[in-house]
Design a protein around this ligand. Structure first.
Ligand code: DGJ
Length: 381
């Protein structure tokens, strides 16, 4: 009798979570998206690396309950040949033990990991937004890790505030004026405890000595192999685009600031075959969805021109209940890009869903339309 019960239970467990999943050939934005083990993909705030004809999806591994808004495990990685079907490749970067004193100790906040391959060093380099354990979002640091294989294991190198003691190429004179003591602490006004008039409180100048704040971020490798780190800086009020060194492991000190006082989060970027750069980001409303922003430029260091919300139709004012995380260039198709967004569920973060939609180019701007189901053939039309 006991044996029968154990066998039945085992079979039930095997069928519910162990059975291989039949392949799919469409994207279903906002629906559960299961991996090869039939488990919902756990790679939030993610980014994709294309390497040797395969795709690798890296993202925040979330756990159930509010504690899942902190890093309990690390960065999860999946691989795919076709973008629809994903194989669980395990944890690419693990957090250190809670009492280790490490910058990436369990319980820190580790968000929006992105990986690029460095042709010169033959290393896979991961950057992420890091908040030190127990310090909420005050640290505003960037972390970097490195691996010999796309699936890791990645080794954490260091965390820092980018570009310390370097002025941006478009620095204004007033940034270099002495910073008054009264603005060194947090300033409450405008969007809650954020500066109401950033330029008058000169956060850039305040952070010159110890490095600039860096929260929501992305990585972008240009056609010439130069890599750039894009991050929300200056208390989230202003975006920085910063060049990385040739090994992609640090900041070169060459950077520029854009969209001053526009409070953009979730920056993402693409470059078309014609050499034009496009940008999608969000407003700054915590986990709640808001209207996306977009912009274009002829050079990575600008000038950038804002183009408004790229979403159209129902729920466009809420980016279809999502927030941008990456723009994925589809391999083998010209100017085919997928908007990747997160539909956050901060009460139970492991439940968060993914919104992938094709980007359409309409008269020099981008357009995102809701689709319940679609496939890569949209790029052939
Ligand atoms: C919005 C950001 O885009 C997310 O990555 C996360 O940092 C949340 N804010 C936290 O409120």
């Amino acid at each position: 009798m006991k044996r029968i019960i154990i066998f039945t239970l085992g079979l039930a467990v095997f069928i519910s979570c162990g059975s291989p999943k039949p392949p799919i050939n469409t994207f279903n934005p906002g629906q559960e998206w299961n991996d090869d083990n039939n488990v919902h993909i756990n790679a939030h705030g993610g980014g994709i690396l294309s390497f040797n004809k395969k795709y690798y999806w890296y993202g925040e591994h979330k756990v159930a309950g509010k504690i899942g808004n902190t890093a309990q495990v690390g960065v999860h990685v999946y691989s795919s040949d076709d973008l629809y079907n994903w194989k669980d490749e395990g944890i690419a970067l693990s957090v250190d033990s809670a009492d280790s004193g490490s910058d990436i100790a369990k319980g820190c906040i580790l968000e929006r990991p992105k990986v690029s391959y460095n042709e010169k060093t033959k290393k896979f380099v991961m950057w992420f937004h890091l908040e030190l354990k127990g310090q909420s979002y005050d640290a505003a640091r960037s972390g970097v890790a490195v691996a010999d294989s796309p699936t890791g294991p990645f080794t954490f190198i260091e965390s820092m505030r980018p570009n310390k003691q370097a002025w941006p190429i478009n620095v204004a004179d007033y940034h270099k004026l002495p910073v008054s003591d009264t603005i060194k602490s947090k300033y409450c006004g405008g969007k809650g405890c954020l500066p109401a008039h950033v330029d008058s409180v000169n956060i850039l100048g305040r952070d010159y000595q110890n490095g600039q704040m860096a929260r929501d971020m992305n990585l972008f490798v240009d056609d010439n192999g130069k890599a750039y780190h894009l991050y929300s800086s200056e208390e989230n009020s202003t975006l920085h685009i910063a060049e990385l060194t040739d090994d992609y492991l640090s900041h070169s000190g060459t950077y520029a600031r854009f969209f001053s006082n526009r409070y953009m989060e979730a920056p993402t970027i693409l470059k078309t075959s014609a050499g034009k750069y496009y940008f999608i980001a969000s407003d700054c409303t915590g986990w709640a969805p808001n209207a996306a922003r977009s912009a274009s430029a002829d050079h990575i260091f600008g000038p950038w021109t804002e183009l408004g919300n790229p979403c159209v139709g129902q729920d466009s004012a809420l980016t279809f209940y999502s927030q941008s995380t990456y723009i994925l260039p589809v391999q083998g198709k010209k100017d085919a890009f997928i908007f990747m967004g997160d539909r956050w569920t901060p009460e139970n973060p492991i439940d968060g869903k993914y919104i992938w939609l094709p980007i359409h180019f309409v008269e020099n701007r981008m357009e995102l339309k809701w689709m319940d189901e679609w496939d890569l053939s949209v790029f052939d039309q």
